[in-house]
Design a protein around this ligand. Structure first.
Ligand SMILES: *[C@@H]1O[C@H](CO)[C@@H](O)[C@H](O)[C@H]1NC(C)=O
Ligand SMILES: *[C@@H]1O[C@H](CO)[C@@H](O)[C@H](O)[C@H]1NC(C)=O
Ligand SMILES: *[C@@H]1O[C@H](CO)[C@@H](O)[C@H](O)[C@H]1NC(C)=O
Ligand SMILES: *[C@@H]1O[C@H](CO)[C@@H](O)[C@H](O)[C@H]1NC(C)=O
Ligand SMILES: *[C@@H]1O[C@H](CO)[C@@H](O)[C@H](O)[C@H]1NC(C)=O
Length: 432
């Protein structure tokens, strides 16, 4: 969600930057409408935006097509007067990839065509050119790559790189002098010397300062060690939180399993430790394609230890029981989730894959039965570990999906925003 808000902020920044470049007379306030631009409104507008098939255009803002810019628009070389811009209503967010493993993100925005037309004046060495300019660019793709790194004072910071590509360009200028005619004749040169610097330079620096400010505010100058990646550092913090919250060992509710022939197994005092060895095994990434966020998380633990008191009762047999202690060499888990950008729909668990390492069971109960249990559990499951997990995984999958189906992500986001708003209000009241 946060990502989407940031994306929207990004679009607003790009437009504002464009607005700054294109002249002060652009009335961006009017595009924002009457309602104040609150996070709640942005989320609601984005949910609506992404709820239709093939969402396109500029989200949240109500941008007219064409945009008329009254006044002058200076560029590095050419001065434009009263230009019109059109084509932006076909703007489309192609994808966003966030890779926490490599701490990088990339986004691609496409625009089938873009038109800019208006009177112009272009000073030259011997004579000036002036007349009417009609610039059409077709098949535009804007990619933004963000690389996050730890700077020399240990803070997380971003280094953006923006590229602008196009399929074809049609430049129709009237009243060009010979020299300028040559520049315009070589459309590629015109693009790289006039259009590209106009858009890329400003937006790139704006994005950089905005994201860095956001990071600074959010992370409150937390400094990261440069020896480990910030993701692993974050997982390490999670481990510490587990420990502090007394989640080591994890206690599980007593279980009762009814087997066939009236045999019941009771498991009590179930304890599991080792959860605080949680770490990232491979990838943690998120992709946004076609209005859906796909998340991949791969986590694992080192050795886990568990203990359980068990008892077995059957109507015709005397009760038996004992204590089992279990040691699991390792646990690795891959989880794949998807969440529609229209957050009124719940998330879906696409895949869950659990890999168990070797495990050993020791029993200290009363009698021969223990040896049997020990032998059974030690030999069978270690051989059939993966087959057993294959059977268990669908069960976990179903349970998790059931929980997901009850999740109201939209409500959760709205409540969180309301909470934040309340906090801010209290803060401003306190300082006032
Ligand atoms: C993330 O980066 C890792 C390491 O380069 C790579 O193996 C993985 O495929 C990337 N994931 C995505 C979704 O791009
Ligand atoms: C500008 O060029 C486009 C395509 O090249 C054309 O469709 C449009 O009519 C032109 N506009 C003017 C005012 O000449
Ligand atoms: C350029 O525009 C003028 C009028 O605006 C038109 O007469 C001319 O045909 C256009 N040239 C091209 C190559 O599109
Ligand atoms: C972070 O540190 C810088 C420089 O030391 C300071 O100007 C800024 O206010 C700090 N930001 C926060 C959120 O503490
Ligand atoms: C197991 O069977 C007993 C007696 O028939 C019943 O009371 C109990 O609820 C059952 N437990 C489960 C988990 O099905």
């Amino acid at each position: 969600m946060e990502g989407r808000i940031q994306l929207c902020v990004l679009v607003v920044v790009m437009l504002t930057a464009a607005g700054k470049v294109l002249g002060q007379s652009l009335d961006i306030k009017a595009w924002m409408g009457e309602e104040p631009m609150t996070p709640v409104r942005i989320v609601n507008d984005l949910v609506e935006y992404f709820s239709v098939r093939d969402p396109h255009g500029i989200p949240v803002l109500n941008v007219p097509e064409p945009i008329h810019i009254p006044g002058t628009v200076p560029t590095t070389q050419i001065m434009f007067y009263d230009p019109y811009i059109s084509g932006h209503s076909k703007l489309r967010l192609e994808y966003v990839n966030v890779n926490l493993t490599t701490l990088s993100a990339e986004a691609k925005i496409s625009l089938p065509w873009f038109n800019f037309q208006g009177d112009y004046e272009w000073p030259g060495y011997f004579s000036n050119s002036e007349g009417f300019a009609n610039i059409t660019i077709v098949g535009i793709e804007v990619s933004l790559d963000l690389f996050f790194g730890i700077d020399d004072v240990g803070l997380l910071s971003v280094n953006p790189k923006m590229t602008l590509e196009y399929g074809d360009m049609n430049l129709n200028f009237t009243g060009l002098n010979y020299g300028h005619g040559v520049v315009v004749g070589a459309a590629g040169t015109f693009f790289s010397s006039v259009i590209q610097p106009l858009i890329i330079g400003k937006v790139q620096t704006k994005v950089q300062s905005l994201v860095n400010q956001g990071l600074e505010k959010r992370l409150q100058n937390v400094s990261f060690p440069d020896s480990i990646s910030p993701v692993d550092f974050a997982v390490a913090k999670l481990r510490m939180d587990f420990r502090e919250q007394g989640m080591e060992p994890v206690k599980v509710d007593d279980q009762e399993i009814n087997l066939t022939w009236g045999v019941t197994v009771q498991l009590q005092n179930i304890e599991l430790s080792g959860i605080t060895t949680l770490h990232r095994t491979h990838e943690i990434s998120a992709q946004f394609i076609d209005s859906v966020v796909y998340v991949t998380i791969q986590l694992g633990t080192q050795a886990m230890k568990g203990g359980v008191d068990w008892s077995l009762s059957a109507s015709l047999l005397p009760g038996v029981g004992g204590h089992l202690s279990l040691e699991l060499e390792s646990l690795a888990m891959t989880v794949e989730l998807q969440q529609p950008a229209d957050i009124r729909s719940p998330p879906t668990l696409r895949k869950i894959d659990v890999k168990l390492g070797n495990f050993a069971v020791r029993s200290n109960g009363d009698g021969t039965f223990d040896y049997l249990v020990e032998a059974l559990v030690n030999i069978l499951p270690n051989c059939f570990r993966n087959q057993i997990m294959d059977k268990v995984e669908p069960m976990i999958h179903q349970r998790v999906q059931k929980v997901f189906n009850r999740l109201d992500v939209y409500r959760m986001v709205m409540n969180r925003l309301a909470e934040k708003e309340q906090q801010q209000r209290e803060q401003t009241e306190a300082t006032a």
